[in-house]
Design a protein around this ligand. Structure first.
Ligand code: SF4
Ligand code: SF4
Ligand code: SF4
Length: 178
């Protein structure tokens, strides 16, 4: 290979490496866990320090919506139910990691993703039916299936819609503290 060809090849390898690195970093950002802590949890850094990973809140939850994460810390999983904000997990936590001093239970809100069947023209309103605060309403479009819209101010982050959605298109995540 002549000098020019070698130089072109090196530039191509370098570009490929740059793209691979960008894709890798994008993947890392997407893969970063966004665990939702139990309601009334301290802010994340304080929570990590205070929680002793004792599993007491998991055992106390009558809805079985708290599970142990890979890091041993409790996190919410709405696969089979919703949080009723009964407070049993807070009462069970003796380490102060869950505390009413936080004020509101959380800033968690639902978000409807692009996997929603209605966006593909399928008539499905299961999330609306599951949502007691009526934070999910459907807009009817001419000759199309109605599509859902979320009213964040009405959403409590209870997760009832997550359990109801047949294609796991809904996620509940904590919003950033103001
Ligand atoms: S408030 Fe009640 S339902 Fe919600 S996570 Fe705690 S124990 Fe479970
Ligand atoms: S239940 Fe899921 S698939 Fe059905 S309309 Fe709601 S978000 Fe879409
Ligand atoms: S998280 Fe609860 S309140 Fe919010 S949209 Fe879903 S069902 Fe409704």
């Amino acid at each position: 290979m002549d000098k020019e060809g070698a130089s072109r090849q090196m530039a191509s390898v370098s570009t490929t490496q740059t793209l691979s690195r960008a894709a890798f970093l994008r993947g890392l950002r997407r893969a970063r866990p966004t665990a939702l802590r139990p309601p009334w949890a301290l802010l994340e850094d304080d929570f990590r320090l205070a929680c002793t990973r004792c599993d007491t809140c998991l055992e106390a939850c009558p809805e079985s919506v708290i599970q142990r994460g890979d890091d041993g810390l409790p996190q919410l999983a709405f696969d089979n139910g919703e949080c009723t904000f009964c407070g049993d997990c807070v009462a069970a936590c003796e380490d102060g990691a869950l505390s009413y001093e936080r004020g509101r239970p959380w800033r968690a809100r639902a978000a409807i993703g692009t996997g929603c069947l209605a966006l593909d023209g399928v008539v499905c309103r299961l999330c609306e039916e599951a949502c007691e605060p009526r934070a999910i309403r459907f807009r009817t479009l001419l000759s199309k299936a109605p599509i859902p819209a979320l009213d964040e101010s009405a959403c409590t982050g209870c997760g009832a819609c997550v359990a109801a959605c047949p294609v796991t298109a809904i996620e509940v995540t904590e919003r950033t503290e103001a």
